[in-house]
Design a protein around this ligand. Structure first.
Ligand code: F6P
Length: 338
C-alpha cells in the first residue's frame, strides 16, 4: 500500500472535508503546512544542486545576530516568506534572517496564524555537504491585521498550534506535530510528494547518547560541568554506564537523531557572552523543537523551567536548551536547582 501523502494526512487530521476524525476543520492550517512543505521542497532542490546552482558560499551580509549570512540562508528565507505569504493563512512572520516582523504583501489575503521560522538551520554545514534543515512554528494571531507587531509574537511556546522541521540530509524528511503526536514524511524526489514514513514517534525516557559542543566546556556553568563529567566518567563514574557522544552542529539533525534513536541534546548558556541566555533562538528553534519533543514523550527545559512556559521578551531572544530523553533532561535540570 502506498504510504499516506502529507496532503492526505492533513486532510484526514485537520481536513477540508467533513469526513474528519476529530476536532474542527481548519483549512487555513492545512494550507499553511502545505505551503511550508512546498518551501521545503524548493530549498531541498537548491541544497541538492549546491555549487551547480551557484548557491554555496557567503552572501557578504550579516543577520540580526551579527552572523555572516550564506547565500542559501537568504535564498531559503525568500522562498519561505513567499510560500508562507501565498497560503493566505498568516498575518505575519518572524524569520531568523530578518530583524523585524514581516508583513504579508498587500496584494495577498491574510489569515488567522503567525509563522516563525529558521529557514536554514545549521548554516556552517551548508558548504561541507552535511545535514541542514528548516524549522517552523505556528502561533495563533490574536488579531488579523496587515501590520504585525513584535508583541503579537511574544507568546509562550505552549500557545503553538503546530511545529516541525524539514531535514535536508541523505533523505529530505519533514517532521510535523499538530499536537497529536509526531509524524514523519519522506520526500519522494520522483513525484515531489512527501509520504508518511513514521507515526507516533516516541523518545525513550532513558538515554545512552548525548550531544553538546565540548569545545565550550571551560565556559559552562557548574551544573552543566557536573552533569557532563558524570556522563564522561561512564561505567566508572556515578552513572555506572557508558555514554556515547555526537555533535553534528545542526540542531535539526541532532533532534532528528534523538527522535530516531534517543539521547539528549544541550546548548547551555556559557560565560563567553554572559548577558546571552544561550545560543539558540526561542521562537523559531527552541520552542518548535520543544513541542516536537514533548509530543514524542521527551522533555525540553532551559535548565530551570520547561522551555515552552517561557514568556518571550523579544522575537530573536536566545535561550539555553536541554532537550530529549525525559530522565536525562530531568537530571540536568535538577542539577541546576542543587
Ligand atoms: O542555529 C544555531 C546552530 O547552527 C544550531 O543548529 C546548532 O545546534 C548550533 O548552532 C551549532 O553550534 P556550534 O557552532 O557551537 O557548534
Amino acid at each position: 500500500m502506498t504510504p499516506l501523502s502529507l496532503q492526505e494526512y492533513l486532510s484526514r487530521e485537520i481536513g477540508y472535508d467533513a469526513e474528519r476524525m476529530d476536532g474542527t476543520p481548519d483549512p487555513a492550517l492545512a494550507r499553511l503546512i502545505t505551503g511550508i512543505s512546498e518551501a521545503c521542497k524548493e530549498i531541498s532542490a537548491k541544497v541538492r544542486e549546491g555549487a551547480l546552482a551557484g548557491v554555496l558560499g557567503l552572501a557578504g551580509s550579516e543577520n540580526v545576530q551579527g552572523e555572516d549570512q550564506k547565500k542559501l540562508d537568504i535564498i531559503s528565507n525568500d522562498i519561505f516568506v513567499e510560500a508562507v505569504s501565498r497560503t493566505g493563512s498568516v498575518c505575519g512572520m518572524v524569520s531568523e534572517e530578518v530583524p523585524e516582523p514581516i508583513a504579508v504583501r498587500d496584494d495577498l489575503p491574510l489569515g488567522p496564524y503567525l509563522a516563525c521560522f529558521d529557514p536554514l538551520d545549521g548554516s556552517s554545514n551548508i558548504d561541507i555537504n552535511v545535514s541542514i534543515g528548516s524549522i517552523f512554528a505556528i502561533l495563533p494571531a490574536r488579531e488579523i491585521k496587515r501590520t504585525p507587531e513584535t508583541a503579537d509574537f511574544l507568546q509562550p511556546g505552549t500557545a503553538l498550534v503546530a511545529a516541525g522541521y524539514c531535514m535536508y540530509g541523505p533523505q529530505t524528511i519533514l517532521v510535523l506535530t499538530i499536537g497529536r503526536g509526531v509524524v514523519m514524511f519522506t520526500l519522494d524526489d520522483e513525484t515531489g510528494i512527501f509520504r508518511q514514513t513514521a507515526a507516533d514517534v516516541t523518545v525513550p525516557r532513558e538515554a545512552a547518547e548525548f550531544a553538546i559542543n565540548m569545545s565550550n566546556q571551560r565556559f559552562w556553568e557548574k551544573p552543566v560541568q557536573r552533569y557532563i563529567s558524570e556522563l564522561l566518567a561512564g561505567k566508572d563514574g556515578p552513572r555506572g554506564k557508558n555514554f556515547n557522544m555526537r555533535w553534528i552542529a545542526a540542531m535539526v539533525a541532532e533532534v532528528h537523531r534523538i527522535l530516531m534513536r534517543g539521547g539528549i541534546f544541550m546548548y547551555p548558556r556559557d560565560s563567553r557572552n554572559p548577558e546571552r541566555a544561550g545560543k539558540l533562538r526561542l521562537l523559531y528553534e527552541a520552542n518548535p523543537m520543544s513541542m516536537i519533543m514533548e509530543q514524542a514523550g521527551a522533555a525540553a527545559t532551559n535548565g530551570h523551567v520547561a522551555i515552552r512556559t517561557i514568556k518571550p521578551t523579544s522575537i530573536h531572544e536566545r535561550v539555553a536548551v536541554f532537550l530529549g530523553a525525559a530522565e536525562e533532561v530531568e537530571r540536568a535540570t535538577a542539577y541546576h536547582e542543587d
